[in-house]
Design a protein. Structure first.
Lengths: 421, 157
């Protein structure tokens, strides 16, 4: 027996988001396939600068790296003219990848499928059997190689970081970052870097949840006990959050205040916060030994560039992170650990020890790999509900305290502008 | 035969090491190392290119103990277990009191909801002190075949 109309499925409510609001974030933004598709088009291929790689990875002519702009596979090269070029890692013929390696040194790129050949600028230079064989077959006389090629990116470098953009009308990288953020990039990357390790962390969540986590200075000392107990980063320390004019980029920083160091102000225990643990001491504090190498007492600086780049200084642990969407609920986080080329062996050893703080197994960062997944799973049936982002106000301005979500709101300000949402 | 008895002792060392982690007796894990030691988790690619950094980098037994106490008291991670399968150790070199070996491993990760993945494969590249008594690691490089780590690496490999 069939019940004819025992069950009526209500129509899915319209995906609504009150215009201009930054304090509420609807969960469908992390779930919907059409949002995910639109992000590639409007955002990653829109008026943004995507971090591609380091100049240190492209030292000699012919050096290249395979990377991504959002989901678009990209090849970055240094040509014989010494300049850096970037183009889509896609053959103009049938769309196959042109590079199957992470990087190397080559004279040109030849597609493995039908041997079409490209120079280091991404120009099509050769079509196999273009004239056919024995006068038969081949491409039509009208075929013009200049009219075919992978899409090219504009490139820009700042402090050894290579960025790429698909947009014609994107502002210069310096203008894009703004003075305040640019100065904080220069603060860390004032001299040539060298790669000391690469790791990829596969995150079980939408890419935006990780970017928000990076910008969220409120959670740092609450989720991460290691920071709190060892006074690497407490909200009660001297510090602040810089948000760029557009909201897009941010810098969160904290510094040891010699006058306050060693004194307990009780803020954490008064709140009954889990991350306070008085009796926790390291058996080998050598891991935390650091040097004030930038001469300003800043022990932590987390800097993000919209949409998916992070420059990190935690004591002497320097790294860049590239956030890449892989699916609606999967994200690759590429870590590149850095040293400076003039590091003494002692300095390098400090960096290697302090690398324990960061990365997929980091004492102060491992939780960040999981917490996005906790949200993604928590909101499974809550597409029409909203996150609350009200800590420290409603706007996205620079603030001299860190119990705030100002830079998270900044992200949504830039996101809404880019996505026309 | 001396070699076969050394192979046997290395097999016992690896079996005990794996059981300590998989049985959640993490406090026993640092005891497989000398006081001054090196334990590093890295990738085959970094190892091959001579890139020194690891996602875990400990230079003393005390640092290993700190990792255990951080896992117990500080770090947040969803309840999970590993299952190590460690292959036979190949002996690469021997010198006074020290043997250099390499052993392949597979580690499955079992999450609290039962979800089980092949979490890591790779090789242990070890320098083992074979002086009187138990064998101890002078150095254990955990060289993972893949550079991709799912979600986080909490428990030691």
């Amino acid at each position: 027996m069939h019940a004819t109309n025992a069950l009526t499925v209500p129509p899915r409510s319209a995906r609504a988001w009150a215009p201009g609001v930054l304090t509420r974030v609807p969960y469908w933004l992390y779930q919907d396939a059409d949002v995910f598709r639109a992000e590639q088009q409007r955002l990653f291929e829109g008026p943004v600068w995507n971090y591609l790689c380091l100049e240190a990875e492209l030292e000699r002519p012919g050096d290249y790296r395979s990377t991504f702009a959002g989901r678009m596979p990209v090849i970055v090269t240094r040509d014989a003219d010494g300049e850096i070029y970037a183009f889509e890692n896609r053959c103009a013929h049938r769309g196959a990848l042109l590079s199957l390696e992470d990087g190397g040194n080559v004279r040109d790129f030849q597609c493995v499928y039908h041997a079409w050949t490209y120079d280091l600028k991404g120009n099509l230079k050769g079509v196999a059997f273009q004239e056919g064989i024995g006068g038969k077959g081949g491409m039509p006389k009208s075929f013009c190689m200049e009219e075919h090629g992978p899409r090219k990116l504009r490139t820009a470098t700042v402090c050894g970081l290579v960025f790429g953009s698909l947009a014609e009308d994107v502002s210069s990288i310096e203008e894009y970052l703004g003075d305040a953020v640019l100065r904080r990039v220069e603060r860390v990357l004032a001299k040539p870097v060298t790669v000391i390790g690469r790791f990829t962390q596969a995150l079980p969540n939408n890419w935006k949840l990780y970017v928000e986590n990076v910008k969220d200075s409120y959670h740092a000392s609450l989720l991460h006990l290691f920071f709190t107990t060892f006074r690497l980063n407490r909200l009660t320390q001297r510090g602040g959050v810089i948000v760029s004019e557009t909201g897009a980029h941010h810098v969160s920083w904290s510094a040891l205040d010699p006058e306050v160091a060693g004194q307990e102000d009780g803020s954490y225990s008064e709140q009954g916060i889990r991350s306070e643990s008085g009796d926790y001491r390291l058996a080998d504090p050598g891991m935390l030994e650091g040097r004030d190498e930038f001469g300003d007492g800043i022990t932590l600086q987390i800097l993000s560039v919209f949409p998916g780049f992070v420059l990190q200084q935690i004591q002497n642990s320097i790294a860049v992170r590239q956030v890449l969407p892989k699916g609606i609920q999967s994200t690759d986080l590429n870590w590149t650990y850095l040293g400076f080329t003039d590091d003494t062996p002692e300095m390098r050893t400090l960096r290697l020890r302090q690398s324990n703080l960061v990365g997929p197994a980091g004492f102060v960062s491992m939780e960040d790999g999981a917490v996005g997944g906790f949200v993604q799973r928590g909101i499974a049936s809550a597409g029409d509900e909203q996150a609350v982002v009200e800590m420290g106000g409603e706007g996205a301005e620079t603030q001299d305290f860190r119990a705030t979500e100002t830079s998270v709101r900044g992200f949504w300000k830039a996101y809404r502008a880019c996505m026309a949402l | 035969m001396i070699e076969s008895s050394l192979h046997y002792r290395l097999a016992v060392l690896n079996a005990d090491y794996a059981r300590a982690i998989d049985d959640d007796r993490l406090e026993a894990w640092p005891e497989f190392f000398l006081d001054r030691c090196l334990y590093k988790v890295t990738t085959a690619d970094n190892h091959h290119k001579g890139l020194e950094a690891g996602i875990i980098y400990a230079e003393s037994k005390a640092m290993l103990k700190d990792r255990v106490s951080a896992l117990r008291k500080a770090n947040i991670y969803e309840r999970q277990r590993y299952r190590h399968v460690v292959g036979l150790a190949a002996i690469l070199a021997q010198e006074a009191g020290t043997v250099c070996t390499e052993s392949p491993f597979l580690v499955a990760r079992i999450m609290r909801d039962g979800h089980t993945d092949l979490f890591a494969t790779g090789r242990y590249i070890d320098r083992v002190s074979v002086n009187a008594g138990d064998l101890k690691f002078i150095e254990r490089l955990v060289v993972c075949d893949s550079a991709r780590f799912d979600t986080l690496v909490a428990l030691p490999l």
